[in-house]
Design a protein around this ligand. Structure first.
Ligand code: PLP
Length: 401
């Protein structure tokens, strides 16, 4: 018996795009190793370099800026190191300032000593406290000298969809001579991402969030003089900075997905906004006190992080799944466990309310009917909850004679 499923968890992973599938199927027939000098090897090399150029053109960067990795997690582990060579004579970086709502790939993936890491606070809407950052950068420059700091702030948050002001962040970090590394995993293809805002910093992307395959990503290193200490050493692929035989099938799929996602980004965002409005209006009818987190901040149109107060996320998640609807709770992106969301915690969301937080994320092929199916399932969950927790009856009003 097959149940029709409603997939609303695109921020966890997005369905493969037709363009990516076709590119991958074609690449499966490429036999050579790109490091071999013979014709087969040259064919594999041409595929990789073609993919690099396509990604570079879509992002308006140079092909030499693009390095392929096994995903955003690897890119973060590689780039977030104190051992970055910039200009001759400069020592290791002294400080990493990372947004408090960054993904675990950033917060746990960096290679700085714990004492050299500070979290940049966010406000109640999840937006970076720019005043705090500016003041901390000034202090750090006074103490360690210009260029001793790395700043890691994401373009958009995976749980709440909050979009950070990249241009202002870029201007602040550049003015302080800091190195800006931006995790653009959730934003690319969903909101405009101007790589020029990063100055001579770096950007991280992941294939499976934009309709490419899982297990592939890229680091876009914009600074011409930057040299991040390699994470993977061996045969010297990717200009000696990321060794290991290239995954040409995944690289082909990634390039096709990036090109397609960036070319229909505006249309997808407009479509997402209509879905988001439908969902959030419908949610307020399910429960008058439903909460949409970061409602006042600029957000990705495809994402709503919300809570029905008093209904635990785990309970709702299971009930939705049984009703055929896939959403997500907190940041259960990797472990499948429902842990407390550090994102909502950083936004000072009260723990009880945070434990009810669910995330709906949509994409280009999501229809209004799927949003309505999710709302209907939520209404059913709410009715079951109300039956189990009846509200005390209000005292009858005495009639005034
Ligand atoms: N950064 C963000 C914002 C994410 O949402 C994710 C995945 O959920 C990652 C990084 C890690 O990406 P990958 O799965 O490619 O390692």
């Amino acid at each position: 018996m097959s149940q029709q499923r409603t997939y609303l968890d695109w921020n966890a992973t997005a369905p493969l795009r037709a363009e990516a599938r076709a590119a991958m199927l074609a690449a499966l027939d490429v036999v050579g190793n790109a490091s071999s000098p013979h014709a087969e090897g040259r064919r594999a090399r041409a595929l990789i370099e073609g993919a690099r150029e396509a990604i570079a053109a879509a992002l308006r960067v140079k092909a030499r800026h693009v390095y392929f990795t096994s995903g955003a997690t690897e890119a973060a582990n590689w780039l977030l190191t104190p051992n970055v060579q910039r200009r001759a004579g400069r020592g290791p970086l002294a400080l990493l300032l990372a947004g408090a709502t960054e993904h675990a790939a950033i917060l746990n993936g960096h290679r700085f000593p714990a004492a050299a890491v500070e979290l940049i606070p966010v406000d109640g809407d999840g937006l970076i406290e720019l005043g705090w950052l500016e003041a901390r950068l000034a202090e750090a420059v006074a103490r360690h000298g210009a260029g001793a700091v790395m700043v890691a702030v994401q373009a958009a948050n995976n749980e709440t969809g909050v979009v950070q002001p990249l241009a202002r962040l870029g201007a602040l970090t550049t003015a302080a001579g800091a190195l800006f590394v931006c995790d653009a995993v959730q934003a690319l293809g969903r909101a405009p991402v101007d790589s020029a805002a990063l100055g001579s910093g770096a950007l991280i992307l992941s294939g499976h969030k934009l309709g490419g395959p899982q297990g592939i990503g890229a680091a876009i290193v914009l600074g011409e003089d930057l040299h991040f200490e390699p994470l993977l050493r061996g045969g010297g692929q990717e200009r000696r900075l990321r060794s290991g035989t290239e995954n040409i099938v995944a690289i082909a799929g990634l390039a096709a997905a990036v090109v397609a996602a960036l070319s229909d980004q505006q249309a997808v965002a407009a479509h997402g906004l209509a879905l988001q409005q439908r969902f959030e209006q419908g949610l307020s009818r399910v429960r008058g006190d439903a909460v949409v987190f970061a409602a006042a901040a600029p957000r990705l149109a495809n994402t709503t992080c919300f809570a029905l107060p008093g209904i635990a996320a785990e309970t709702a998640l299971i009930a939705l799944d049984l009703a055929g609807v896939a959403v997500s709770s907190g940041s259960a992106c990797s472990s499948g466990k429902v842990a407390r969301s550090h994102v909502l915690e950083a936004m000072q969301v009260e723990a009880g309310l945070a434990s009810a937080a669910l995330r709906l994320s949509s994409g280009r092929s999501t229809g209004l009917a799927q949003i309505d199916a999710c709302l209907a399932a939520l209404a059913q969950i709410e009715r079951a909850h109300a039956r189990r927790h009846p509200q005390p009856a209000k005292p009858a009003q005495r009639k005034v004679a």
